[in-house]
Each structure stands twice: as C-alpha cells, then as structure tokens.
Design a protein around this ligand. Structure first.
Ligand code: HEM
Length: 493
C-alpha cells in the first residue's frame, strides 16, 4: 500500500474525529443555552418600577392580582421585593409542602404574625416561644375534642333556633349581617361562656368590635403606631382582661364548672404542672374568637349565596335534610350533623372559592430547595419571608376541573379533586404542622345554622350575587347580601 495514501487516510480520520468533537461541543452549547437547567438556581424576581417600592405598590394594589400575573409570567415560585423584605411565593402543592411541613426552627410564624400580639395580649400565642405556644395549641386541641364538640353543638343548635325564631312569617334580611350576628352569639356561648352570653353580651361584643377595628392593614407593619384605632384597641383589651378576670375568679370561688372553652382553658396545665393565668386565658379566648368568628360567618354567607344561585345544589342539600329527617326526626346533634355530607361539600366548595385567609406567611430560617412540577429546582435563601395563597392555589386548573365554577360534587367519592395532587391541594384551612385546629368546630357551626334554615325556610337571593371584599383583613363579602325568606317547614315526602 502507498504510504502517502496511509497518511491521507490517517489525516482524514483525525479531521473527522476533530469535526465530530467540534459538532458535539457546538450542539451541547446550543442545547444548554436553550433548555433551562434543572440544577439549583434562584427563583425569578418580580420586575417592578420604581425600584425599592415598586413591588410593594404592586402587592398593595392587589395581592391576588399580583400573584395571578406573576404566576403566568414566572411560574409557581417567584420572589418579590417588598420594601426591605424579600417575599418568596410558593404556589401549588408541589412546591408548598415544605412551607406546611417544616419544623418551626426552619419555617416560623412568630415574626410574620407578630402584629397579633397587641390584640391577643401578652404571654400568649405569638408573644411566646414556640415551646410554650405548642402547649397553648394543645389547650386548643383539648378544648375542641369530640366530647366537647358534642356539647358545643347543642348550644349552636339552641342559638340558631332562638335567633331565627325572631324572624317573621316572611321578610327580607341581609343574610350577611344575620349570620355574623348569630355566629358571635354562638361563639359567645360556646367559647366565652354563659356569663358573657347571658349578661355581658352587649359590652363584650362592643369591646371585640374595638379590637377588630384596631387590626388594620397598617397594623401589620406598625402594630404599635399611636393612632386612635390602636388606642381604642388597647383600651378594649384591658377592659376585656378585667371582665374575664372577674368571671374566672367567680367561677373558681363558686367551684362551678361549665361546658365551654373558657372552662377548658381555666383547667389547662402546662407540662410542668403550672396552671394557666387569667391573662393567658383571656388571650387564648381572644385568639380563638379572632381565628373562628369572621372566617366562619364569611363561609356561611358564601355558602348561602351559592346555594341560592345554583338551585340544583340547593335541591341536593334539601333532599339530604329530608333523608336525615326520615331517619332521625327533627333531632340535630353532633352525630346527625356529621352525616350531612352533601351540605359539608357545599360549604367546602364555597370555602375553596373564597378562603377568608388569602395569604399564609412564614419566615425562613434555613436555605431550602423546592422542585416545581416541571422538575426545575429553586434554591431559596434563609431570611426570606415565604408566602402561599389559598385564594390562588385553590383554583389551580391542573387540580380543579373548571376551577371558577361552584361544583360541590368535585369532592364526591370517585372525583376527590382536593386529593388528586396530594395533601396540600386544598388549603383553606392551611395544613401540615399548623393546620387549623378549629376546622371541625367551624363545619359543625355552619352545618347547624344551615340545616336549621333549610328545614324551616325558603329563600331567594334578591341582591346581585356578592362580590369579594379584597380590602378586609379577613377577606369576605362586599356589601349586603339581601334575601327574601318565607317560613315553610320541610316535610318528608
Ligand atoms: C371557616 C372557618 C375557618 C377557617 C377558614 C380557618 C382557617 C385557618 C387557617 C388557614 C389556618 C392556618 C394559618 C397558617 O398556616 O398560617 C388556621 C389556623 C388556626 N385556626 Fe382556623 N379557621 C377557621 C375556623 C377556626 C375556628 C372556629 C377556630 C377555633 C375555635 C380556629 C382556630 C385555629 C387555630 C388555633 C389555628 C392555629 C393552628 C396552629 O398554628 O397550629 N379556626 N385556621
């Protein structure tokens, strides 16, 4: 063979290998440029103008609007600069699991919920270390156990019957006002106790009103700002402490025990045997009322508004009442309420569309990583505020079919849309480590009210379907919800 021919072949082979390597390099550079890396990286940041305060302005203008826009643009994980803080949003069950499950040392509530301290008072909940707070949450759990709930239900039913017995044969009422009022009456009896409900209701509700009005959006950032609303709040808090101190002393002196949350808190003991102080009992009761009152009355109102608009679902809940009346007669107690699955789903669906707590917050104390549905990993630095939004996450279209539609049947066995994407698909009550402790209480209370109404009245919504009041701290219904009612006793066919 010609040696020159050999050299040429060798040269050609070398050139082919070199060209191949070059091509591979070019291809890999092009591919890595086009495809986002699946490796760790910082979440995208919301672009806002002017710098420093642009993010804050966007947020204040409408937090859910901002989340909607940025979710479209940036995906399920993004960071927004709010003045001197960086807030990272985690939207959807895939990325929010750590938010709900992480221990307090990594993901804490204390800093972000500090604004509650002047309202709840000293020595309770967000004013104490997590170890004490955990014990206080144990007191809540004990006060809301099934045996306690059974006796609360009797009081809920009594209050509903008493309240609606004052309505005429027919008439027009603002459903929102009526339900708010009834729920505060019921909460007074079950939580604050007989003394408040029977003798001090007007005084105590006026004081709670001042506490309520002292919690403004500005209070979240400056809870101690010397404004009239805060001064009224502080005065009301002091007077409430005095009222409860008197009630607690007189119960102790008389050796009286009652079936209410107040009694349960009086009898609660820390692990080291220390009993609760009067100041702590007052603070825990205020916290319970703040956690459960607006949230429950708003949910009751949305449930009514949807049922009166979507008549097929109204027929379904009425049919369920008939079946239960066939089985149990007129009796309504804890166990009968627990059988009201159709009503339960109707309430749950109103609450999916309108969670009163639209934004849940934590402060992150560790770096952590989240992985999106597309497999992209983001590294989130410690020190950021972490937020998730029930109002947005509850309407994700890859979890809920036709997500803006009121469709209680989506929770029926077989569909179970709230479970398809794991435990954090439905977060109206939060979830994980800090999931709502009052959820069973809230459902029992709303079911007690609606079963009474469905069995005794016919309704028609006469004002336009309500809008959302985004300006409220606990997001509810805007304006009045006028209904026309007619008394009619439900008869079993
Ligand atoms: C429809 C009614 C209610 C709704 C929508 C609701 C919603 C919530 C949500 C979203 C959380 C979690 C907050 C977070 O993760 O930052 C929560 C926590 C809590 N809720 Fe409720 N709630 C309701 C009724 C009640 C009632 C009636 C009570 C008590 C009587 C109550 C007591 C609590 C307590 C003590 C916590 C704190 C749990 C913890 O941090 O470990 N809630 N609630």
């Amino acid at each position: 063979m010609d040696p020159k021919e050999d050299d040429r072949r060798l040269l050609n082979a070398a050139l082919a290998i070199l060209a191949g390597l070059l091509l591979l390099k070019l291809l890999s550079t092009a591919l890595t440029r086009r495809r986002p890396s699946n490796r760790l990286r910082s979440p995208p940041t919301v672009k806002a103008w002017p710098p420093l305060i642009g993010g804050l302005l966007k947020f204040v203008k409408g937090p859910i609007l901002m989340v909607r826009e940025e979710y479209e643009r940036l995906g399920s994980v993004f960071t927004v600069g709010l003045a001197n803080k960086r807030v990272t949003f985690l939207i959807g069950p895939e990325v929010s699991a750590h938010f709900f499950k992480a221990p307090e040392a990594e993901m804490s509530q204390q800093e972000v919920y500090q604004f509650n301290v002047p309202t709840f008072g000293p020595g309770v909940v967000f004013d104490v270390d997590y170890s004490v707070r955990q014990e206080q949450f144990r007191f809540f759990t004990e006060a809301l156990r099934v045996n306690k709930l059974r006796s609360y239900v009797d009081q809920m039913v009594f209050e509903a019957e008493d309240h609606f017995s004052k309505w005429g044969e027919s008439g027009e009422v603002d459903l929102k006002y009526e339900l708010e009022h009834l729920i505060i009456l019921t909460a007074s009896r079950c939580l604050l106790g007989r003394e408040v409900r029977d003798k001090l209701f007007a005084d105590v509700s006026a004081l709670f009103h001042d506490l309520d009005n002292g919690m403004l959006p500005i209070s979240v950032i400056f809870p101690y700002l010397p404004i009239p609303a805060h001064r009224r709040r502080d005065k009301a808090r002091k007077k409430l402490a005095q009222i409860f101190s008197d009630i607690i002393s007189s119960r102790k002196q008389a050796g009286k025990s009652e079936d209410d949350m107040l009694q349960s808190f009086i009898e609660s003991k820390y692990k080291d045997g220390r009993p609760t102080t009067e100041e702590e009992v007052t603070g825990l009761l205020i916290a319970a009322l703040f956690a459960g009152q607006h949230t429950s009355s708003i949910t009751s109102t949305w449930t009514g508004a949807y049922l009166f608009r979507e008549r097929q679902y109204l027929s379904n809940v009425v049919e369920e009442q008939k079946l239960l009346m066939k089985k149990h007669g007129d009796k309504i107690d804890h166990d009968v309420l627990s059988e009201m699955d159709t009503l339960y789903r109707s309430i749950k669906e109103a609450l999916r569309l309108h969670p009163p707590l639209i934004m849940l917050l934590r402060s992150s104390h560790n770096d952590f990583t989240v992985k999106t549905r597309d497999g992209i990993e983001y590294d989130i630095p410690k020190g950021n505020i972490i937020a998730t939004s029930p109002a947005f996450a509850n309407r994700l279209p890859y979890i809920y079919k036709d997500p803006d539609r009121y469709d209680p049947d989506r929770f029926s066995p077989g569909r179970d849309e709230d479970k398809v994407a794991g435990p954090f698909s439905y977060i109206s009550f939060g979830g994980g480590r800090h999931g709502c402790l009052g959820e069973p209480f809230a459902y029992l209370q709303i079911k007690a009210i609606w079963s009474h109404l469905l069995r005794n009245f016919e309704f028609e919504l006469i004002s336009p379907f309500p809008e959302i009041d985004w300006n409220a701290m606990v997001v509810g219904v805007k304006g009045k919800v006028m209904v026309r009612y007619q008394r009619r006793k439900l008869v079993i066919d």
